[in-house]
Design a protein around this ligand. Structure first.
Ligand SMILES: *[C@@H]1O[C@H](CO)[C@@H](O)[C@H](O)[C@H]1NC(C)=O
Ligand SMILES: *[C@@H]1O[C@H](CO)[C@@H](O)[C@H](O)[C@H]1NC(C)=O
Ligand SMILES: *[C@@H]1O[C@H](CO)[C@@H](O)[C@H](O)[C@H]1NC(C)=O
Ligand SMILES: *[C@@H]1O[C@H](CO)[C@@H](O)[C@H](O)[C@H]1NC(C)=O
Ligand SMILES: [Ca+2]
Length: 518
């Protein structure tokens, strides 16, 4: 059994004592279908219950994906919960035959609206009873928020709480006993939801895995809009500052030329982007330069702003800078228009004016977003004392070439919590792993696979290489099992140790690899 989930002493303990080894074939099936009439959860309607054999593809709820993979045999419960008279959360519980007693809630992405089916498959594969929801509305966009403040509340803080409250009851009804420990996993908006859960409902989860959290959400939206504006959005055709996508390749190569070697290795990965003092003027056109590989003064000026932190008029920091090394995403920050998620947020949640013209956008809108803070979405609050005092464990990670949420924000959040709780080191309950060479939540030239998101990546079975399993070890094994490092695996199979902030990742020329230094 422990080869399936190489968790060392903990998994041995749990697999031997808690597995439903006494169930005979077919019994899962019968118990599953019995839930159709046997579930009675407040405000909740069961849509369907079905037993799904390993290796199936199933139709999904909602419009985000057509079909989903099911890797292990499980009981699937689809439901909706009325959170108020004007709002409803749709969700699914995937209850694997082979259950180790653990509960796992899942987050969402962007402004969605989309049940994380990849996460349901991954969680149930790792023997968690796994619950995902649609965040209170369907699809990737934010139109559902307009005129529906309770739908906004589901998105801002409530849907994950519904997963915990409703999901735990479904789990108990099916397996005939309550879960042992509860976990949460999400990235981006899912990271913000994890932070929100720890702040607002500190008893919901014993362990939270929150990737690239979109915390200080309103300022993140403002930063997104200002970066787009630096290159001329939303009317970039007429802007001398616009940088065409082809020229971004030149910029990225120049960033690497200036900063790749700072960490001692020319490997296409900038270990510490904050040590990179990128000078865009190196690309300024001079008479001999080829015009498609050099920049005008206006373009250089735009880059200078992009690679600087965003300050308000009173010189207060609003958001950290774009990480040098982060790679251009077509259709996003620098494509010449305001990204759709930002438009939706302003149109449907903040201004309630679908005609708003982004040529009018400015700092006053940041002030307005701060004032309204729809649903308390910001989740920028360092007081995690209730979560800590319950014994909760929080793991977070952030790719250092994140193109959508700068990794500096996770350092800033660490420092905010540290100040708020008066704890110079948060190691006893909160650990941040910074991942060199990883983009937003996953992928990149670095060692970007460490079990953070989905199946199908290398080395998912060992807690040394899998941050979700590392969280389980920490919650269930206590301080001695806290993760000091996480080993990531790159596309080519090479591995690298990732360090917890504020430790630094340092090249060891003797060993020929990176290690961590306090
Ligand atoms: C949920 O709301 C719908 C629509 O308002 C209503 O028909 C249904 O009875 C409610 N269900 C529960 C379980 O409260
Ligand atoms: C059930 O719905 C009522 C009324 O809409 C609400 O006040 C209550 O909090 C809901 N309970 C749960 C568990 O969501
Ligand atoms: C827009 O609507 C939301 C609720 O859906 C509300 O919180 C916000 O204050 C409204 N914005 C303005 C500018 O009135
Ligand atoms: C992980 O476990 C699965 C299922 O037991 C197995 O197929 C796979 O080979 C294992 N992977 C590793 C890296 O051990
Ligand atoms: Ca390097």
């Amino acid at each position: 059994m422990d080869s399936i989930l190489g968790l060392g002493f903990l998994s041995n303990l749990l697999t031997s004592s808690l597995l439903f080894s006494s169930w005979i074939p077919g019994e899962h099936h019968t118990a599953c279908l019995a839930l159709k009439s046997g579930l009675n959860v407040e405000n909740t309607t069961i849509i369907d219950v079905s037993y799904v054999p390993a290796g199936s593809k199933v139709a999904t709820l909602g419009t985000c994906a057509e079909r989903a993979d099911v890797s292990v045999s499980l009981c699937r419960v689809q439901f909706f919960t009325n959170t108020t008279t004007t709002s409803v959360v749709h969700g699914e519980a995937w209850l694997p035959d082979e259950w180790y007693g653990r509960f796992l809630g899942l987050g969402n992405g962007g402004l969605g609206g989309c049940i994380d089916y990849g996460g349901l498959d991954y969680g149930s594969f790792l023997n968690f009873a796994t619950i995902g929801s649609n965040n209170g509305h369907d699809g990737w966009g934010g139109a559902a928020f307009l005129g529906h403040p309770e739908v906004l509340n589901d998105f801002a803080f409530r849907s994950i709480h519904v997963e915990a409250v409703v999901g735990k009851q479904i789990v108990e009804a099916y397996y005939g006993r309550p879960h042992s420990k509860s976990y949460y996993m999400g990235c981006s908006t899912g990271g913000r939801q994890g932070m929100q859960a720890a702040l607002k409902f500190p008893a919901d989860f014993d362990g939270i895995l929150a990737g690239a959290p979109a915390t200080d959400f309103n300022h993140l939206v403002h930063w997104t809009n200002m970066l787009a504006q630096h290159v001329g959005a939303p009317a970039s055709e007429s802007s001398p500052a616009f940088i065409p996508s082809g020229l971004w390749k030149t910029v990225e190569a120049e960033v690497m030329r200036q900063c790749d070697g700072i960490d001692g290795v020319l490997d296409g990965v900038i270990t510490e982007p904050d040590a990179c003092d990128f000078r865009p003027e190196a690309l300024l056109c001079h008479p001999e330069a080829a015009l498609d590989t050099c920049l005008t003064r206006a373009q250089v000026e735009a880059l200078r702003k992009i690679y600087s932190p965003l300050y308000g008029p009173g010189n207060q920091l609003l958001y950290p800078r774009f990480d040098p090394g982060a790679i251009y995403i077509p259709g996003d920050l620098f494509s010449g228009d305001i990204p759709q998620r930002s438009k939706d947020w302003l149109h449907y949640a903040v201004l309630n004016d679908t005609e708003f013209d982004f040529r009018e956008y400015g700092h006053e809108h940041a002030v307005l977003m701060d004032e309204i803070n729809p649903g308390g979405v910001a989740a920028f609050d360092g007081d995690l004392s209730a979560f800590r005092d319950r014994g909760g464990k929080f793991l977070t990670y952030h790719g250092r070439i994140d193109q959508l949420i700068p990794s500096g924000n996770s350092k800033r959040v660490y420092d905010l919590i540290s100040r708020s709780l008066d704890m110079p080191s948060l190691d006893v309950f909160y650990r941040l792993f910074l991942i060199p060479g990883m983009g937003h939540c996953l992928y990149g030239p670095g060692a970007a696979h460490f079990g953070q998101y989905e199946r199908g990546t290398n080395a998912v079975n060992a807690s040394s290489h899998n941050i979700l399993l590392a969280l389980v070890d920490w919650v269930e094994g206590g301080a001695a099992a806290a993760p000091d490092t996480i080993i990531g695996t790159a596309e080519d199979g090479a591995t690298r140790v990732h360090c917890r902030y504020p430790q630094r990742s340092v090249w060891d020329a003797v060993e020929g690899r990176f290690g961590c230094e306090a």
